[in-house]
Ligand binder design. Structure first.
Ligand SMILES: [Cu+2]
Length: 232
């Protein structure tokens, strides 16, 4: 009975971790497909590693438990060396595979920025934990959109963009610390660093309301720093 419940617990734990790791993926911008592909590859590699480790752990818990005296003799030096070399090589191999599959997506991202012909859009992360959007208006000027603050001090900045139109997002930190512009439903996450302007060229393919968060723990107002991109 004891043997069984240990097994069940390990299994349950593994299943929970596995489910937490799987997310629904979407294709809502021109960059989503390659990003989703990469995300799926990384997820599946993680699942295989997780299952391998969990199964091995469950097996060892049962095989080398206290009651089984005879089974607990140490392995020899040669075998230990082989094991060590084996898992080092395996880890290096996995990292090389991850590097190989990430490279095309990352260089793609870089190319779209260089080739971007879209409308300029400045995303400012301020020192007061606000997103401020600088958007071109119909008369050729620039609208500066500041956040609306609610009773919980949540600061929400809202801008409206056009579907199927290319935009060049340029990120600017006007304070002296880092933010990260994060739109989960569009698969965008870009650091907003003082001193450099990261950029991304993006075409949103589906109308909707997309929530903007800050993904860099940037200080006291981090969780109140919100935004909404309305795409129509
Ligand atoms: Cu922030």
């Amino acid at each position: 009975m004891r043997k069984n419940s240990k097994y069940k617990l390990t299994l349950l734990g593994s299943l929970f971790t596995l489910l937490m790791g799987i997310q629904l993926v979407s294709g809502r911008s021109n960059l989503s497909d390659s990003y989703d592909r990469l995300f799926n590859i990384v997820t599946w590699i993680s699942i295989v590693v997780l299952l391998f480790v969990s199964v091995l752990m469950a097996r060892f818990v049962l095989k080398y438990r206290e009651e089984v005296e005879g089974a607990r003799s140490p392995i020899g030096h040669t075998m230990a060396k082989k094991l060590e070399a084996g898992w080092t090589a395996l880890a290096i191999f996995i990292i090389l595979v991850l590097m190989a599959v990430s490279y095309p997506t990352l260089s793609d991202l870089d190319d779209t920025v260089a080739a971007g012909t879209g409308e300029k859009l400045i995303i400012e992360g301020t020192a007061n934990w606000e997103w401020v959007f600088h958007v071109q208006n119909s008369t050729g000027g620039v609208d500066v959109i500041r956040p609306v603050v609610d009773s919980n001090n949540v600061k929400t900045t809202t801008m409206t963009l056009e579907v199927n139109k290319e935009y060049n997002f340029i990120f600017w930190a006007s304070g002296s610390w880092i933010h990260s512009f994060f739109v989960p439903d569009l698969n965008i996450k870009m650091d907003v660093n003082p001193g450099t302007n990261n950029s991304i060229s993006l075409t949103i393919l589906e109308p909707g309301n997309y929530v903007v968060l800050c993904a860099e723990f940037c200080g006291a107002g981090h969780s109140q720093m919100r935004g909404v991109i309305i795409v129509e």
